[in-house]
Design a protein around this ligand. Structure first.
Ligand code: GLA
Length: 371
């Protein structure tokens, strides 16, 4: 019987493929070298108690708990326990000590890293092994139905399934995650993540309204998801079909982003597989333009970071994750990283914006048991 243990799960940066997951499409994230760690000990009284170094209020809930019973950070913990119980896992009571060095609210999946670490800790104590597509769905249900964010499967899958030194190629419809080797250092490159400090939230309606527009477009075209539009890889044909939606220009723009973004993910997988890492840069920048102009989920602070990074020599850059703020990922020659950072810092100071945060990323290992 497992009475105690330590589990951890990373945040993620999505190299490319945003707002494709809930459309059954493709994404290419990697795990961040920043993690949430849960030290867990079984309790016999059915109580789930948790403390986090990042929060003053502890959580206490009698399992299995009721949907929405707890708000704030505790919802991510209680929500996962609730969702596991809904899936038939006999979740034991537990004391959880939580700590994290994933930047909070920066679009780097701090909340999913918490949820995934808790999911592993609770299934670990329950001595039940739930594998990735199923566990990712359980975590997604916690996020959708307990926390109230209508998110897809990208973040949980990246956190749970990533492998060190690899990107993770996700096919959301097939619910598969394939590691793609990616040795940036050998190519003299680095992934630079810029936390723009611009507020990022996925529960305030903007994310949901984008999702609704995509689903509206698919529905009107007689499709289950927008992914079906590009099943034969005919991007031009797919774009032409959007002409059928000309009375709904918003749906056309959102769908155009999804169609072209899926194609860009496949292009990047191909380039990475062929060792043509430098050529990934312009594809990242094209993805950013698509989010800015078609998906309309960027904000001026993010655009400033992207433009400044590219102006200072980055091979390409884009907003990463849900958007409406959050972080930018840039592909940069290692030797140029200090100059790019300095340029972004200076541009932010000139615009009287808060100082951005920086993180250089080597794709890290996914979630697991540490002790
Ligand atoms: C957030 C969601 C994901 C995904 C991204 C956008 O991170 O949690 O499911 O939709 O936004 O790609």
């Amino acid at each position: 019987m497992i009475d105690a243990g330590t589990w951890s799960a990373p945040g993620r940066v999505n190299l490319i493929g945003d707002h494709t997951d809930y459309n059954g499409g493709f994404a290419l994230p990697c795990a961040l070298p920043r993690r949430t760690t849960v030290v867990a000990r079984r309790r016999d009284d059915g109580l789930l108690r948790a403390r986090s170094t990042g929060a003053t209020e502890p959580l206490e809930v009698l399992l299995p708990g009721a949907r929405g019973e707890v708000g704030g950070w505790g919802a991510y913990v209680a929500g996962v326990a609730w969702s596991l119980a809904e899936a038939g896992v006999a979740v034991p009571g537990a004391d959880l000590e939580i700590s994290s060095d994933v930047p909070l609210g920066a679009g780097l999946s701090s909340s999913h890293s918490l949820e995934c670490a808790v999911a592993l800790a609770l299934t670990g104590l329950a001595e039940v092994e739930v594998r990735v597509p199923a566990l990712a769905r359980i975590v997604q249900r916690a996020e959708n139905e307990y926390v109230g964010a209508p998110t897809g499967l990208l973040d949980q899958t990246a956190s749970l399934a990533s492998v060190a030194d690899h990107l993770t190629f996700i096919d959301a419809r097939a619910e598969t995650a394939r590691p793609v080797p990616c040795d940036l250092a050998a190519a003299g490159l680095e992934l630079l993540v810029v936390d723009t400090r611009a507020a990022h939230a996925l529960t305030d309606g903007a994310y949901g309204s984008r999702r609704d527009a995509c689903e509206r477009a698919a529905g009107r075209l007689g499709l289950g998801t927008l992914r079906e539009l590009t099943d034969d890889l005919d991007v031009d044909g797919a774009l032409a079909r959007l002409g059928e939606l000309d009375d709904d220009p918003e749906a056309v723009r959102r769908a155009r982003h999804v169609i072209t973004e899926n194609a860009r993910v496949l292009q990047v997988v191909e380039l990475v597989g062929s060792g043509l890492l430098r050529e990934v840069g312009p594809v990242l920048s094209a993805s950013h333009a698509s989010m800015r102009d078609d998906f309309e989920n960027s904000v001026p602070e993010v655009d400033l970071a992207v433009e400044t990074a590219v102006g200072a020599g980055a091979l390409g850059a884009r907003m990463t994750g849900g958007g409406f703020g959050g972080s930018v990922v840039a592909l940069v020659d290692a030797a140029l990283v200090p100059a790019v950072q300095a340029a972004v810092r200076a541009a932010y100071a000139d615009a009287s914006l808060a100082e951005p945060g920086f993180l250089t990323v080597v794709p890290a290992r996914g979630a697991g048991r540490d002790a």
